[in-house]
Design a protein around this ligand. Structure first.
Ligand code: ATP
Length: 839
């Protein structure tokens, strides 16, 4: 089985106008390939921007002569001694494009040879390098009106391949351009946002509805075809960016959907937009693979343009949501070509795979110049670090190459430098391209004198790249190499087919292997030595880097110090002035108020004295009152003591009396108990006697003293007497009755109890209670006699009534003579007098 290697035939030109130019480029390319595959570096000088013209920027470019450019530095102190001496920095490049070169011309000069290589199975990279705002993106992407290298390359590639693109039968539908474009149209282009208004205002695809920044057909007049008609192709594209030394897929649908969620929630959304970072993995032959990077199958230029548009949009969204600015990341757009040869109706055989990559590097910038802080400072540091690392790789490669080329004894003894590819993702990818393909660098250059120093640094790094050749590192994926391998495999298969020669061939192969092993051991030894040297060299480089960083930091610190000192001085001056004003104000106010203050103090003093005297007087008065009150209190206390004593005495007396009363009452009650039966009889007798006596008085007193007197006697004495008698005990009742009678007679004007009645009174008074029944017996007898006598006298005639009364009274101790001598008027008067005196 043998394959005839495809011969890249001369470029076919559909447009005669470009024929000559492209032929030149082809011939140049052929020369370059022959010229050991040196890394080519082109310089593109951009014109002044509108802003720069408005600022009146001066040009830093002193001279552009053939491939040499001279730039005048702004501050020569930071330059090399050579530049300091001449005050200009001169660099040489493969070609220098002036401000007036068109995008189309650049494309033909730069990209066409690489597209050519793509079709021959060689991978290549076009790298735009330079300081910020130098025109890198303009060159790589371009604008809607004037597209750059990528859109033009897409046009040419698809126009060349035409119907020879086949569909991958095992292709993932979710990795197809159609699916992604649909997602993009739903997610990214549905939202209207000021950040991409300018983009969406561009062309719109009638099918997908996606605005298309780059219209097809700008470069449709160029076609590069392979003569091998049996070859068919599959084209995939991938788009990624390296931001803060992390790789992100710009064709990842999931991140697009996440972005949609965040966008829908609006600017106040607390959900953070997080993208999944991709890992770089080293596969066989030192090739680098970006794990998880989507490679989207594309069948025509229109799809490719729209995909590019989606990637740009995704990047814009990331920029918006991550709050960063344009080109703060390195972007890599890959066009992968897979050539297949038809074996049968459905079977294809892989012939080669190649990639054309377009890298738009972020612009290096000086932190001292842009005065950035926070996240931006971190970004800038990362950009500068990765670019510096790229410069270090280029420098190390150049030195190694020089050592090899010079072949002097000294140089041969020296060990090769280790190229620090692994220090950043960018350089790892760069290594892949340097080792596996050809590289072209476009150094974008700003003419502004304000950017001169940074431009010089960037151009110096670019000039390192210019000297690099990679002829010794053959492109592993090239078509020719693959066909050579095939031949070799065929040769290896030969012994199998030819059994007779198998053993000999096999032993030969073993011998070769042993020889290889010895060589390998030797190489390991050499590599070890190189490693030791490389480590020491790395330390040296590191110290150099540290020095540079320290210098920059020192510069920044000096600047900050100056700023702060200035601010401090301003603040001090301001505060001093303020303090002076205050002191002045206070002094003036104090002076004004001093006079008033003295008078005020005198008045206060007088007031104080007045209140002091007043207080003293009141105090004396209160003390006097207090002493008086104390005296009174003492007296009251004495009185209280006396009263207490008195009460105590009285209580004692009272207690004594009450005790005696109790005894007396007890005696009396005992006596009354004894006399109770006699008393009942005695009372009956007495009441009878009293009735009689009262009856007698009723007759006697009205007749003698008048009806009024009787009425008064009756009111005052008799009723009370009768009631008393009814209530009192017998013995005591008698005494009471006598007392009443005495008082009655006293009232009537008579003498108290008659003398002859006394014995009776005395007798009654002194009467022993025990003897009373006998006494009452005697009395009853006497009364019986008297009643008989009175009965006799009454019965004689009415005139004897006074005599009867007197007798009755006599029986009670009353003398009738006393009664007869008193007139009723006198008795009444006497009675009234005695009442008055009583009252
Ligand atoms: N050749 C050119 N002709 C006309 N205008 C240009 C050219 N090159 C660059 N510009 C303009 O200069 C400005 C800066 O260019 P561009 O954005 O490409 O710079 P950059 O190097 O990519 O900057 P950054 O690294 O910050 O992204 C843009 O306005 C662009 O239109």
């Amino acid at each position: 089985m043998s394959t005839s290697p495809p011969i890249v035939r001369n470029l076919q030109f559909e447009n005669e106008e470009f024929e000559q130019e492209t032929q030149d480029s082809k011939s140049k390319d052929e020369v370059n390939v022959a010229d050991c595959e040196r890394i080519k570096v082109f310089l593109r000088l951009r014109p002044f921007t509108v802003d720069e013209i408005a600022r009146g920027e001066q040009s830093a470019v002193l001279q552009v002569k053939e491939n040499r450019i001279s730039i005048r530095p702004r501050n020569r102190n930071y330059m090399t001694s050579e530049v300091q001496a001449t005050n200009e920095a001169t660099f040489e490049f493969d070609e220098i494009f002036n401000e007036d070169i068109s995008q189309s011309a650049i494309f033909r000069k730069v990209a066409i040879p690489f597209i050519h290589k793509l079709f021959t199975g060689k991978s290549s990279m076009i790298l735009a390098y330079g300081i910020t705002n130098a025109g890198k993106t303009h060159t790589i992407l371009g604008t809607e009106a004037d597209p750059g290298l990528i859109p033009r390359s897409i046009d040419v590639i698809f126009h060349s391949l035409k119907d020879r693109i086949i569909q991958n039968p095992r292709g993932d539908e979710k990795a197809s351009a159609k699916y992604l474009i649909e997602c993009c149209s739903n997610v990214l282009f549905s939202a209207k946002d000021e950040h991409w208004d300018s983009v969406t205002d561009s062309f719109s695809d009638p099918v997908s509805g996606i605005p298309c920044l780059f219209a097809d057909g700008k470069e449709n007049n160029i076609s590069i075809l392979s003569e091998d008609e049996s070859l068919v192709f599959q084209v995939t594209v991938s788009y990624m960016e390296i931001y803060n030394d992390r790789c992100y897929d710009l064709f990842d649908v999931n991140t697009l959907l996440d972005a949609q969620k965040v966008l829908k929630r609006g600017p106040k959304s607390t959900t953070k937009y997080r993208r999944q970072g991709l890992k770089l993995k080293e596969i066989q032959n030192g090739k680098i693979k970006v794990e998880g990077l989507h490679e989207i199958e594309v069948y025509n230029s229109s799809e490719a343009h729209r995909l590019l548009q989606c990637g740009i949009k995704n990047r814009q969204i990331a920029e918006t949501l991550c709050n960063r600015h344009s080109s703060r990341s390195h972007s890599v757009f890959n066009i992968n070509l897979k050539a297949l040869q038809k074996i049968s109706k459905k079977e294809y055989r892989d012939i080669f795979q190649s990639t054309l990559s377009f890298v738009d590097l972020a612009g290096s910038e000086r932190t001292t110049k842009t005065d950035v802080t926070g996240e931006r400072l971190k970004e800038t540091a990362q950009i500068n670090k990765s670019l510096m690392n790229l410069g270090q790789c280029l420098e190390a490669l150049r030195r190694n190459q020089r050592m090899k080329e010079s072949k002097t004894e000294d140089n041969l003894k020296k060990k090769q430098l280790v190229v620090p590819y692994r220090q950043s993702k960018l350089t790892l990818l760069f290594r892949d391209f340097v080792q596996n393909g050809s590289t072209l660098m476009i150094a974008a250059c700003s003419p502004a004198s304000s950017d001169a120093d940074e431009t010089i640094h960037a151009l110096r790094t670019a000039s390192f790249a210019k000297e690099l050749k990679y002829s010794h590192i053959q492109a592993q994926g090239s078509y020719n190499t693959i066909s050579n391998y095939r031949k070799h495999i065929d040769a290896l298969h030969q012994p199998v087919r030819n059994r007779d020669k198998f053993d000999d061939e096999l032993s030969n192969a073993y011998d070769e292997d042993f020889q290889d092993t010895d060589e390998l051991l030797l190489e390991i030894q050499t590599l070890r030595e190189r490693l030791a040297f490389a480590e020491s060299r790395a330390l040296l480089i590191e110290s150099e880097i540290r020095d540079e960083v320290a210098r920059e930091m020192e510069e920044a610190l000096h600047r900050m110090e100056r700023q702060y000192r200035l601010k401090l001085e301003e603040a001090t001056q301001y505060h001093e002035e303020r303090l002076e004003r205050r002191v002045h104000l206070i002094t003036t106010t104090a002076r004004k108020e001093l006079g008033y203050g003295a008078a005020h103090r005198a008045a206060e003093h007088a007031m104080l004295n007045y209140y002091k005297d007043k207080w003293e007087a009141e105090r004396a008065l209160h003390e006097f009152e207090l002493s008086q009150l104390k005296q009174k209190l003492r007296e009251r206390n004495l009185e209280r003591d006396e009263l207490k004593e008195l009460v105590l005495n009285r209580t004692t007396v009272y207690q004594e009396e009450s005790r005696q009363n109790v005894f007396t009452q007890t005696d009396e009650s005992l006596q009354s108990e004894r006399l109770s039966t006699d008393d009942i009889n005695h009372r009956n007798e007495l009441s009878n006697l009293l009735e009689n006596f009262v009856e007698t008085l009723k007759k006697f007193i009205p007749r003698t003293f008048g009806a009024n007197v009787w009425q008064q006697v009756e009111e005052n004495y008799l009723v009370a007497m009768i009631e008393e008698l009814a209530r009192e005990e017998c013995g005591v009742g008698q005494l009471r009755m006598i007392d009443y009678l005495n008082r009655m007679f006293e009232f009537l004007g008579g003498s108290p109890v008659a003398d002859d009645a006394k014995p009776l009174n005395e007798e009654l008074k002194n009467a022993d209670v025990s003897k009373q029944p006998n006494q009452s017996k005697r009395r009853r007898e006497r009364k019986k006699k008297q009643s008989e006598t009175s009965k006799d006298s009454i019965s004689v005639d009415g005139q004897n009534e006074s005599t009867e009364a007197a007798t009755s009274l006599e029986n009670f101790g009353c003398s009738s003579s006393v009664l007869s001598t008193t007139t009723p008027d006198k008795v009444i008067k006497k009675c009234r007098r005695s009442r008055k005196t009583k009252n």
